[in-house]
Design a protein around this ligand. Structure first.
Ligand code: NAD
Ligand code: ZN
Ligand code: ZN
Length: 383
């Protein structure tokens, strides 16, 4: 089959690879119909995720048709159309039983921090991802959700990750009716976090980024106020947010940027020198800006070992800090209803589609924020 493969930092190539096969009785093999490229893939693409091996295939946001079924699988059959959560989880361990599928005990033998994840380096188990013609799906009775007959792949594709991730972020912010919510990052995750904040009763939503085209998109798509932080002067984001909120600061701040944030030379240099895990600038701004006794949520991805985050400020301001990889599965049914009811239109953020062969170009466009790119989606096979 053809699959996207990692060759080295900022270098991916579509190559021929053996077809995946059933390796465990609980597996299925999926023919991939849609596979999105995520901001998280950019951390891999840029070589920032430890143990990303040459030859591995990325892709943790995908949907497709069941092609082969392992003998122990009871809920799926050949021909079923499914969307798959990015977390690989067993469904039976202590954590899975409590709904914390992102920290499954069994699916990632590489470390104790998180579950297995499709296409996300050997630190999450070394599973190949879905930016390929076919992908192996372990624990197939646990993760995949059947796509309702009246919905198409793109209606539900983002239930695999970014929509539940953003929704969980808003939920972790404990938004009260009328709250002001500031969201750092106007990427797909930030956009869906903005939509989710409205659904949860926010009174104001402010999105911060440096890409003018993304802020413009955010205003149209999610009816938010925006701050262009390079216009504001790099160090004045916090000041601007204070001014907009009677000098108190937003009630809730969400970091939807993660370890590749720009805006601080200190963070950038210490990140590049591996003195911290990337640049935690958005999280720093979130902690500084939020009102005392407010909520800060980190869903932008950070790797180990640690980051420059002001613990003293966090403690003394009485901030509640919450963070997580998303437990995708538990949000799927609820968010499917929001999509069906038209309260959220996830596919409207897709700006680029292409065949698998276009993947290297789409990675470049997305990474450099060119050509109005919000969300690129690959089409490895026809439906
Ligand atoms: N926790 C999870 O389960 C989970 C799931 C999916 C994605 N993520 C993470 O969420 C983050 C966002 O993903 P995405 O797909 O939207 O990425 P993206 O690259 O499309 O968007 C990130 C945006 O952040 C902006 N930005 C950079 N520095 C900033 C700063 N200091 N302040 C404000 N904005 C800044 C960039 O200009 C860009 O528009 C990534 O770190 C990704 O890994 C986490
Ligand atoms: Zn993702
Ligand atoms: Zn488990």
């Amino acid at each position: 089959m053809k699959a996207l493969t990692y060759r080295g930092p900022s270098w991916v190539k579509v190559m021929s690879k053996p077809d995946p096969r059933i390796e465990h009785p609980g597996d299925v093999v999926l023919r991939v119909v849609r596979a999105a490229i995520c901001g998280s893939d950019l951390h891999l693409y840029h070589g920032l995720v430890p143990d990303t091996r040459v030859g591995s295939t990325f892709g943790h946001e995908f949907a497709g048709v069941v092609e082969e079924v392992g003998p122990a699988v009871t809920t799926l059959k050949r021909g079923d159309r499914v969307v798959v959560p990015f977390n690989i989880s067993c469904g039976a361990c202590f954590f899975c039983q409590r709904g914390f599928t992102s920290v499954c005990d069994r699916s990632n033998t590489a470390n104790e921090i998180l579950s297995g994840v499709y296409g996300y380096s050997h630190t999450t188990g070394g599973y190949d991802g879905g930016q390929a013609e076919y992908v192996r799906v372990p624990y197939a009775d646990v993760g995949p959700m059947k796509i309702p007959d009246d919905m198409d792949y793109e209606d539900v594709l983002f239930l695999s990750d970014i929509l539940p991730t953003a929704y969980q972020a808003a939920e972790m912010g404990s938004i009260a009716q009328g709250d002001t919510v500031a969201i750092f990052g106007a990427g797909p995750v930030g956009l869906f976090a903005a939509k989710s904040a409205w659904l949860m009763g926010a009174g104001r939503v402010i999105v911060i980024d440096k890409e003018a085209y993304r802020l413009e998109f955010a205003r149209a798509y999610a009816r938010v106020e925006t701050i262009h932080y390079e216009d504001a002067g790099r160090h004045d984001v916090v000041g601007r947010l204070r001014k907009m909120t009677e000098n108190r600061g937003p009630d809730v701040c969400i970091d939807a940027v993660g370890c590749e944030a720009s805006g601080s030379l200190l963070h950038k240099l210490t990140g590049l020198a591996r003195l911290q895990a990337g640049a935690a600038t958005a999280l720093l701004w979130a902690v500084q800006a939020v009102r005392r006794a407010g909520h800060v949520v980190a869903i932008g991805v950070y790797g180990p070992p640690w980051n420059l985050v002001p613990l003293g400020e966090l403690m003394n301001k009485g901030i509640t800090l919450r963070a997580a990889q998303c437990n995708v599965k538990r949000y799927m049914p609820h968010l499917l209803e929001h999509i069906r009811a038209g309260r959220i239109d996830p596919k409207a953020i897709i700006t680029h589609r292409g065949p698998l062969d276009a993947a290297p170009d789409l990675y470049r466009t997305f990474a450099r924020k060119r050509d109005g790119c919000i969300k690129p989606v690959l089409v490895p096979n026809a439906a």
